[in-house]
Design a protein around this ligand. Structure first.
Ligand code: MLT
Length: 211
């Protein structure tokens, strides 16, 4: 796999000691979409941002779906493997350590799939408006990996029970999961940014956890 396999943008680190972020956009987004969010969550961190290769009526995504919230799980598995291989190749090319995934919606769902299918790929994950990507997850060893899931209580796409199931699946695999639910819908807000910043500072060990 070559890194040319995904259209992507890479911003090198401008500060030392921060983990790189892998930015994964939502349906209809592209490789530029989450750069401002990435810069705000981790100022100075390296940012790697690929564009999803599946097109749904011209809108980029990271895997095929059969309907809203109904996924083509064979495609989820295949695309998760491709994305993990891209991350490995990009780490070699850009000389970066394992990234923390920062995904929104469809991007959060592929990040969750990569965690479960290729657990060594990410150092951790920030999953904004994520849902269960695989009905029957494989046995994965995510021992100690930090994950934060931020859900919306009024999200019309993701039932609360589904997001809770994802948190449970990741915990069962050994991840250290924080699950927050905001009084919001599917869209993001400043509260997501605040949670992601605080969580990352704790996960990256740059600040002591709040009491
Ligand atoms: C998905 O298809 O991954 C989810 O329904 C979220 C979305 O992209 O709308």
């Amino acid at each position: 796999m070559s890194i040319e396999n995904f259209i992507h943008r890479f911003e090198p680190a401008a500060a030392a000691g921060l983990p790189p972020l892998l930015l994964l956009h939502g349906t209809g987004g592209d490789e530029s979409d989450l750069l401002p969010l990435g810069r705000a969550v981790a100022p100075g961190a390296a940012l790697l941002s690929p564009r999803g290769k599946v097109l749904e009526h011209g809108m980029p995504r990271f895997f095929r779906r059969l309907a809203e919230g109904v996924f083509d799980e064979d495609d989820v598995r295949r695309r998760a493997g491709e994305l993990a291989a891209f991350v490995d190749a990009a780490r070699e090319r850009y000389k970066i350590p394992a990234p923390i995934a920062l995904g929104y919606s469809n991007g959060a769902n592929i990040a969750a799939a990569v965690m479960l299918l290729r657990p060594q790929t990410f150092a951790g994950a920030i999953l904004l408006r994520a849902m269960v990507p695989l009905a029957t997850p494989p046995h994965a060893d995510l021992a100690g990996k930090p994950v934060v899931i931020v859900s919306g209580a009024q999200d019309p796409i993701i039932p609360a029970a589904n997001a809770a199931r994802l948190a449970a699946q990741l915990r069962e695999a050994g991840a250290r999961v924080e699950h927050q639910t905001l009084p919001l819908g599917h869209g993001l807000s400043n509260a997501d940014l605040t949670i992601a910043q605080r969580w990352l500072a704790e996960a990256a060990g740059t600040r002591a956890p709040a009491e």
